[in-house]
Ligand binder design. Structure first.
Ligand SMILES: *[C@@H]1O[C@H](CO)[C@@H](O)[C@H](O)[C@H]1NC(C)=O
Ligand SMILES: *[C@@H]1O[C@H](CO)[C@@H](O)[C@H](O)[C@H]1NC(C)=O
Ligand SMILES: *[C@@H]1O[C@H](CO)[C@@H](O)[C@H](O)[C@H]1NC(C)=O
Ligand SMILES: *[C@@H]1O[C@H](CO)[C@@H](O)[C@H](O)[C@H]1NC(C)=O
Ligand SMILES: *[C@@H]1O[C@H](CO)[C@@H](O)[C@H](O)[C@H]1NC(C)=O
Ligand SMILES: *[C@@H]1O[C@H](CO)[C@@H](O)[C@H](O)[C@H]1NC(C)=O
Ligand SMILES: *[C@@H]1O[C@H](CO)[C@@H](O)[C@H](O)[C@H]1NC(C)=O
Ligand SMILES: *[C@@H]1O[C@H](CO)[C@@H](O)[C@H](O)[C@H]1NC(C)=O
Length: 458
């Protein structure tokens, strides 16, 4: 009865935290956001030149290839005469211009993409040209931003006549962001490299965009499985964690992968898989995943194996498996919440940073990411489609293997909440399993019988 109440209470707590994530903000990164800063640096005879910078303040959510798309709406008849370090995706109708050259973009609602690395120097500004990829702030603050320069015409030429662009949108591969209204903020200051002189923008606007997990009402994309050294049982991912396997499997060479509710028969040999188009185009990132049929249908699985128990430490092996044949994950992140992270000692082949989302309460969260050129890319499903590391914890005062304490409370892959197994499926300690207990009793009684036999015969 007591157990049932405990289970109820835990389930209720889990549900409550689930709604917290869905409805408000991310509890593990409460201050995470993306800020767009629009600095007007000079006036021109009919407009201005501005530097637009996208800052990713999120601790573990990066923008992966094919990168960001930034859109907005002009409120007057503004045009973009020139851009450096990025480009508008469409030119729009510039037929009213007889000038040479004509504007770069006349659309009332431009959409801008970053340039690819390797463009000529005269088309670059600092922090541009990374193909729209922005790392998370934990992974690398130096590349957690992206910038371009824009020359705007028909725009007003003073701080009283210029108008703010509105209705900003930030699109990224995956769900996306909701951007607030632009607000005028104190002008940015730019210290010189030797810190002996400070210049400042003429005007600065900020736009804050926040990640909304429920923006697209998306199904989960990852699940968690468990195993331990003390129990041979492996707890698989929860059934239908991401979707339920459909009956319409795609067989080898049929190539019929258009439908989203199909999966590949797991008996299909790796070499016989239907041809998969590769590349990083923006259209491709919205294509459905190509997976083997599994009971959870998750593209990514995180496995937490409790490996070793030492006197003062315990060791966990974490494996991230890509089960998607159509996707490589570059600059992946794994975020783990576990009460023992305040005594975390070492990660053997991942980089990591402790997060302290609530400061005063506890340091129970850490973000992990790959080591550059070694395992920072999680390859498509197949023989090399996994990355792994061992984590070493010093036993904190609350340490115990019982009651599922040694399993993570929350797991995020690339900032997406992963589905944990059902509580009743968690591996248990041998002495709390009646079947194992019986066999121990059995062994003990056999030993007693054996001993008495030896005594009898000697
Ligand atoms: C955006 O993030 C920064 C850095 O974490 C934080 O200082 C700022 O308050 C956040 N802004 C909003 C509107 O949440
Ligand atoms: C505007 O955004 C920049 C970049 O994120 C940030 O450093 C600055 O503090 C923001 N200004 C205000 C007033 O929020
Ligand atoms: C911005 O979006 C709002 C709401 O969708 C719309 O009413 C408004 O007309 C848009 N502004 C411009 C300049 O298009
Ligand atoms: C415009 O700039 C002038 C001079 O720098 C300043 O006094 C004034 O407050 C500014 N007006 C607005 C609307 O920002
Ligand atoms: C698969 O087929 C079985 C039997 O035809 C059916 O009961 C089941 O609902 C199907 N499952 C799905 C996901 O379509
Ligand atoms: C993943 O990366 C490898 C190596 O760069 C490449 O050969 C492969 O085509 C990529 N796969 C996909 C699905 O993009
Ligand atoms: C675990 O962390 C707590 C709080 O940070 C500290 O007081 C304690 O000494 C640590 N224990 C070990 C074994 O490192
Ligand atoms: C969390 O970490 C911060 C900074 O390392 C430290 O000042 C604080 O005492 C820690 N809190 C706990 C509960 O361990």
């Amino acid at each position: 009865m007591k157990g049932a109440f405990k289970c109820l209470a835990v389930t209720a707590t889990l549900w409550m935290s689930f709604f917290l994530i869905v409805d408000c903000y991310d509890p593990l990164d409460p201050n995470g956001n993306i800020t767009i800063k629009w600095d007007i640096n000079s006036w021109t005879p009919e407009g201005y030149v501005a530097t637009v910078t996208i800052f990713n303040w999120q601790q573990y959510r990066h923008i992966s290839t094919p990168g960001w798309l930034l859109g907005w709406e002009w409120t007057k008849k503004e045009v973009i005469w020139n851009m450096v370090g990025a480009q508008a995706t469409t030119q729009g109708d510039c037929s009213a211009y007889h000038s040479d050259p004509i504007p770069h973009c006349c659309a009332p609602n431009p959409t801008v993409v970053d340039l690819l690395p390797g463009v000529p120097y005269n088309q670059q500004v600092s922090n541009c040209c990374r193909g729209g990829v922005i790392s998370s702030y934990s992974q690398d603050p130096q590349t957690a931003l992206s910038a371009f320069q824009i020359t705007v015409g028909n725009a007003g030429t003073s701080n009283t006549t210029v108008a703010l662009p509105v209705n900003f949108t930030l699109m990224t591969p995956g769900p996306g962001y909701s951007c607030g209204p632009p607000t005028k903020v104190p002008a940015s200051q730019f210290p010189s490299t030797d810190n002996r002189r400070v210049t400042q923008a003429f005007m600065t606007w900020n736009i804050t965009c926040t990640y909304l997990q429920n923006l697209a009402q998306r199904a989960p994309t990852c699940c968690v499985s468990f195993s331990t050294f003390y129990n041979p049982r492996i707890t698989p991912c929860a059934e239908c964690a991401c979707a339920c396997a459909s009956n319409s499997t795609v067989t080898a060479m049929s190539g019929a992968t258009e439908s989203t509710d199909t999966c590949i028969d797991p008996n299909t040999q790796y070499d016989d898989l239907p041809a998969i188009s590769t590349g990083d185009s923006i259209e491709k990132s919205s294509q459905p995943d190509i997976l083997y049929c599994t009971r959870d249908m998750c593209p990514v699985k995180i496995h937490w194996h409790i490996k070793t128990n030492y006197k003062e430490y315990w060791r966990v092996k974490v494996t991230i498996t890509n089960r998607d044949f159509s996707r490589n994950f570059t600059q992946w992140t794994l975020t783990l919440q576990h009460p023992n992270f305040d005594n975390f000692t070492e990660a053997f082949s991942f980089n990591y940073k402790g997060l302290n989302p609530y400061g005063i309460y506890s340091n129970d969260t850490a973000v992990f990411w790959g080591i550059k050129y070694f395992n920072d890319m999680l390859m498509q499903a197949g023989p090399s489609g996994n990355v792994q590391s061992e984590l070493l914890f010093a036993k904190g005062k609350d340490f115990k293997f019982s009651n599922g304490w040694a399993f993570p409370h929350r797991v995020y892959f690339n900032g997406d909440d992963c589905v944990l197994p059902e509580l009743q499926d968690y591996p248990t300690l041998p002495n709390s399993s009646p079947r194992l207990q019986m066999s121990i009793t059995c062994r003990v009684s056999m030993a007693v019988i054996g001993l008495s036999l030896i005594v009898l015969f000697v």
